[in-house]
Write a new protein. Sequence first.
Lengths: 113, 359
Amino acid sequence: MHEMALAEGMLEIVEDAARKNAAARVRTVWLELGALSHVEPHALRFCFDAVTRGGVADGATLEIVTTPGRAWCMPCGEQVALARLGDACPHCGSYQVEVVAGEDMRVREIAIA
Amino acid sequence: MCTTCGCGQGDIRIDGVPAGADTPHAHDHVHADGTVHTHTHDHTGAHAHDDGSAGAGGGHWHRHGDGAWHSHVRVGGSAHVHAGATVAGGAFGAVHAAGMPPERIVQIERDILAKNDAFAARNRQLLADRGIFALNLVSSPGSGKTTLLVKTIEALRGRIAVAVVEGDQQTSLDADRIRATGAAAVQVNTGKGCHLDAQMVGQALASLALEDDSLLLIENVGNLVCPAAFDLGEAHKVVVLSVTEGDDKPLKYPDMFHAADLMIVNKVDLAPYVQFDVDRAIEYARRVRPGLEAIPLSATTGEGFDRWLAWLERGTGDAGTKRDASVAALRRRVAEPEAQLVAQSSAAPSAPATPVRPA
């Protein structure tokens, strides 16, 4: 359940930004999650609700924006979409694909009041 | 996940069916230029609507044809009307203001692993400065990591000094086994934690008597999922898969194999007795990590061990060479201004050491 550690990381970033901006409440947190990142959104939501309780982000809505996975297909010599690790190139069927995007886990912005 | 906008509940699937797929949710979007698009997605706890139809507050994210994302609040009915609001100021710009309650948006753009990664960078620097080759060994419980470490330490005795960080939820049994070989070892108990993080390893390193130009083996908590996300400052993650597990594990747990730079296929002496195809396991691992190096071996019989030891010696040698190169570069950087100072002082030998005040 490493999502708990990730949620704590998020909370630290959010509370830090809330403090710097003298926020009374954090209403929404926008999180970018790559489709190929090491996190299960459902578990992360559960943990986010748990770690935010009683703090400035208590009750905040977690908005998860999933960014697509991209990979460089060596036989095709171009970037292709990759839905999951272990998938083949959707064009040529090769597994010689190097992930180039979709692994990010980033707090992008927060809405504060 | 909604294939149009990407929102949704991730990849939890029950018998191959996305969880929550029985509650599809459709939207029409009417854009300022009159175009309409519709998308559907599963909706358990997904985005919230202003009218309270699913949770409180918040806007609605979707992606436009140009790939840009934005958020806006539903204004009634099933249609979303963009009141001439086009995306400005980047993917996450502008449109928040339209119809949102009085609140401020603060841009953050920080990786949620930033803190761990900062500790990892510190560990990596410490290790690089001392020419230490560090490996993060990851696997399921019971793959034979500790036996592999014990045999490795014994085989390298007199050639390379080895220190070990042992991660387990409880007990110091593994560190005790390592110390019995004479190697330095420290046990990290993660309690309820399922992985080592870089801060724990940093603390462990501070209590270990590390030798320069040595090998550091970090045995992570037995868990094929969570440790994949956490950089500890190691040179490489080494994933250990034993033949008593399934040869399809690289496909079932792709994150860990994707994160690894070397796969050890352990317990190959037992291969005749189990349904495990070593070549297939390696092929599957290379689907998620193209070019992954693989070493089949048996820590018990020593089969395949020479290749593993050669790999370790090469890595340790390279770590020492890199450290020597950076020390030499640092010396050159220091030597240059020193030489200039010497040249200046010899050019003006009679200059007074301290400025003379006018009388």
